[in-house]
Design a protein around this ligand. Structure first.
Ligand SMILES: Cc1cc2nc3c(=O)[nH]c(=O)nc-3n(C[C@H](O)[C@H](O)[C@H](O)COP(=O)(O)OP(=O)(O)OC[C@H]3O[C@@H](n4cnc5c(N)ncnc54)[C@H](O)[C@@H]3O)c2cc1C
Length: 395
């Protein structure tokens, strides 16, 4: 098969990249290992920086209508529930775009249907990327179904454990962070009344943090918690867990929030071991670039992994539109994105230390994303940064 631009992975980053490239007139093919497009049952925060791009690409309205408005945010003491900090929902006034808490399946469906409306043949399912070769003429990708795909350029959007990244840049050091995350969705009808009234709250405590926020017009509560647990190491978002295990690690949590843990239905709790990787020195080599978690996998403490993937996609589309050929486009994309995305990767690590009390200050709400200036970034208008003419590493 011959494709001008190939994307590996139909997650949030891959679909956003496809949509952005289509917007600027490019025909792309997205190769996804799964046999159907199905997201994990979890929420994802889409902050104003990413909403700018989704609005520009025509999917913002659908996302807003499915998510419903975000409420007032409370940072609370882990054990007592004492309010340490609040934040009003003033994002549109402050940043020019909204802040939404979205079911991941709704985001994926909105992106996928926009991509397929533009080109019904765009997404190929059951294509698990194995390896690639490239030369001055082309890049050839091989998939486990035996197919090979020849393209002018290829973008690895295959997530934190990216095989595309490994093929291009080799094996890397991967550190278990000593942190275990839990996630679950709870119907709002089962949530203790004190919490459902103010459903957006984070609890900061020694070695652990606990977060809940509403999805789909407050009909579902999304629960996510991360705690330090040095012995446990599996990676992946779909490892089943038992409620008792969660309760045991969070037994001293503010009682109404602990009640929320107890309300998680059997079979709906999942866990995974967080990995941390060092920032990449470069995202691109020759005809192959990387985007989203494949380029800058990060811990979840600033809730920005998906948002940065969407920012990347918007800038990539603009770079292709502005450039003369893929080489210049990748250079513009990487130069515009690397400092910001690698910076957030490191800031997210520091935020974890703050909110879990690993610094001298003890547990605290941390320097939030607003203070980091994260939400003030607009990928639709940020100036594209030209390549350094002396940088030959990407070639
Ligand atoms: C529970 C949870 C909550 C989160 N909350 C937030 C949040 O609130 N806000 C936020 O911004 N971020 C959040 N994140 C992080 C965010 O989800 C990720 O940063 C984001 O999904 C990255 O998108 P991606 O497209 O780069 O990778 P992924 O979403 O991982 O998508 C990768 C895609 O590539 C496919 N793939 C993988 N390998 C291959 C292969 N070999 N061949 C073909 N296809 C392949 C996968 O099947 C998948 O479809 C959260 C993450 C988790 C787990």
């Amino acid at each position: 098969m011959v494709s001008q631009i190939s994307i590996v992975g139909a997650g949030i980053g891959g679909l956003s990249a496809a949509l952005a490239l289509q917007h600027f007139g490019y025909r792309v093919r997205v190769f996804e290992q799964a046999r159907e497009l199905r997201e994990v049952g979890a929420g994802v925060v889409i902050s104003p920086n990413a909403m700018h791009a989704l609005n520009f690409l025509g999917v913002g309205e659908r996302i807003a209508s499915e998510a419903g408005p975000a409420g007032l945010f409370f940072a609370r003491h882990f054990e007592t529930g004492e309010v340490l900090k609040t934040r009003a929902n003033d994002y549109v006034e402050t940043f020019g775009a909204a802040y939404h808490q979205v079911h991941r399946a709704d985001l994926q469906a909105a992106l996928a249907s926009a991509v397929l409306r533009n080109d019904p043949d765009c997404v190929r399912l059951g294509y698990s990327f194995e390896q690639l070769t490239q030369d001055s003429e082309r890049v050839v990708a091989t998939f486990s179904n035996g197919e090979t795909v020849t393209s002018d350029a290829l973008i690895g959007c295959d997530g934190g454990t990216s095989k595309v990244r490994a093929c291009v840049f080799g094996d890397e050091v991967v550190n278990y962070t000593g942190q275990v995350a839990f996630r679950a969705l709870v119907p709002m009808a089962d949530v203790p009344p004190g919490l459902s009234e103010h459903p957006f709250a984070m609890y900061v405590g020694a070695r652990r943090y606990f977060l809940h926020y509403p999805l789909r017009h407050r009909t579902i509560m999304n629960v996510i918690a991360v705690g330090r647990e040095p012995d446990w190491q599996e990676e992946g978002w779909r490892i089943p867990a038992a409620t008792e295990e969660f309760v045991k690690l969070y037994g001293d949590l503010y009682p109404p929030a602990l009640q929320l843990i107890r309300a998680i239905a059997p079979g709906t709790l999942f866990k995974w071991g967080l990995r941390d990787r060092e920032p990449l020195a470069q995202y691109t080599k020759g005809r192959v670039s990387t985007l989203g978690d494949a380029a800058h996998p990060m811990t979840p403490f600033l809730g920005q992994g998906a948002c940065l993937a969407i920012e990347d996609a918007m800038v990539l589309g603009r770079a292709f539109a502005a450039a003369d050929g893929f080489q210049q486009a990748f250079a513009l994309y990487e130069n515009t994105r690397k400092q910001r995305a690698n910076g957030v990767q490191l800031a997210s690590r520091r935020q974890g230390d703050e909110i879990q009390g690993a610094t001298a200050r003890g547990p605290n709400p941390g320097t939030d994303a607003v203070s980091h200036g994260l939400y003030a970034y607009n990928p639709v208008t940020v100036p594209l940064t030209p390549a350094d003419p002396f940088d030959s590493a990407r070639q």
